[in-house]
Design a protein around this ligand. Sequence first.
Ligand code: GLN
Length: 533
Amino acid sequence: MTKYIFITGGVVSSLGKGIIGASLGKLLRARGFSVAIQKFDPYINVDPGTMSPFQHGEVFVTDDGAETDLDLGHYERFIDANFGKINNVTSGSVYQTVINKERKGEYLGATVQTIPHITNEIKSRIIKATEEFKPDFMIIEIGGTIGDIEGLPFIEAVRQFKTEQGMGNAISIHCTLIPYLPTSGELKTKPSQHSVNVLRSYGIHPEILVCRTSYPIPQDEKEKLALFCSVPKDAVIECRDMKSIYEVPLALEEQNMAAVVLNMLNTCYKRADLKSWEDLVRRINNPKTTLEVAIAGKYTKLSDAYISVVESLKHAGYANEAKVNIHWINSEDCIDYECCKTLMKDIDAVVVPGGFGIRGIEGKLNVIKYARENNVPFLGLCLGMQCAVIEYARNVVGLEDANSKEFDDNCKNPVIDLMLEQKNVTAYGGTMRLGQYECHLKDGSIAKKVYGSDVIYERHRHRYEVNNEYLDQISNAGLVFSGMSPDGKLAEIVELPQNDWFVASQFHPEFKSRPEKPHPLFKGLIDAAIKNK
Ligand code: GLN
């Protein structure tokens, strides 16, 4: 029987509930339990796919092609599992289902209301995910902050669901912030007490409190929190700022968080095997070298916009006992080639990540040209690959006006064109080529060597592709199309054999990298950077 762990947040947003949930998931996995997750996002968008990365951070893509909240990335990386559509539930998707049912007359004339129709739909999503994954534990994170109006239907659904499951089958964990007042030199617990009170006013009594803090919380303050928030003393867990997010599971384990959870859920305690994770953290904290790696994109002001790329680079660093310092290069600052040269001067490797629209494109092309000509290890992702093809077509093949139809609909040499299946698509939401597809690797290629396989499966999110009319011309000039779709019609990977590492993919390898299993394309990039150093 599946046991449920609900996670809410209070006091402020961006507390890192996702990291806390993922860390608990890791601790349960380390005890041999199966774990699935669900993220509830109270916004009205059906999914985050149409939101600006500045609003929402990265859109994480699953195997089954769901465009989801970036926390799903943390859950996949910590738990080392693959999730999908059912694991991310938004208000928009819940209301959409309910309204569609109402239009079909499925409510038989009833007045359709938040309670019970919306809350029932939310609960049915929990059941659906449970049936699909049949996990020992289901961790369900409710996005937003307690007190938000838009989160209320989710909170009410959780209250009902928890009650229906009965004691010992479902618990809730409330994550709060313990602010530090420098003037009085004190950590303050009052905001947490208020937040728990609000949660209790909705009928949810949290069993565990996880307190985010920059400083150690003194024992008497923990006891005060336990008393005023009505949780056992050992259920007040401190979660201090860490150098690396991957240290969080170990910090929670030290406070026996998993044991407290298992006890409350009437589950036999098992010993955790965290040896390899401890070794990972040891490598993270004791790097032997440091690498300067640039990410040249347009959303550089918000590092969350490329969070999976950043994590993938770090993972590849950990495998090499190397610390990866990220340098954010705004591609618009590289439109002048001299500026680009200056920004790229001390860079050991560069990634040109995915993106949409023309802004900063000429700067990305300059970054790629610089990397190609100066043998700086380069990895292009999605738009980054499309730019690598444009750059090669312009500067090596000699098609000076080569471009993507995304940036110039009338260009004479559209080496990147809209995919055929996209030509009649008018709606924006969920209509790209999304999710996992098979890709065949060319014999003798770098890609085949690093993957150690002929066939790979990778996740996609794009509308444009390499225009096959230019394939021969470009490959005759030296760019190798080393990964193709099974029908040979869609270019998935390009590489330049003469460079130490010049590889780009139409797919997003960053969604499949794990801290203990770096993705081969990121590992290849970082290996090359280390060799060059
Ligand atoms: N804008 C490009 C396309 O739609 C690339 C998308 C991306 O980088 N995810 O094909």
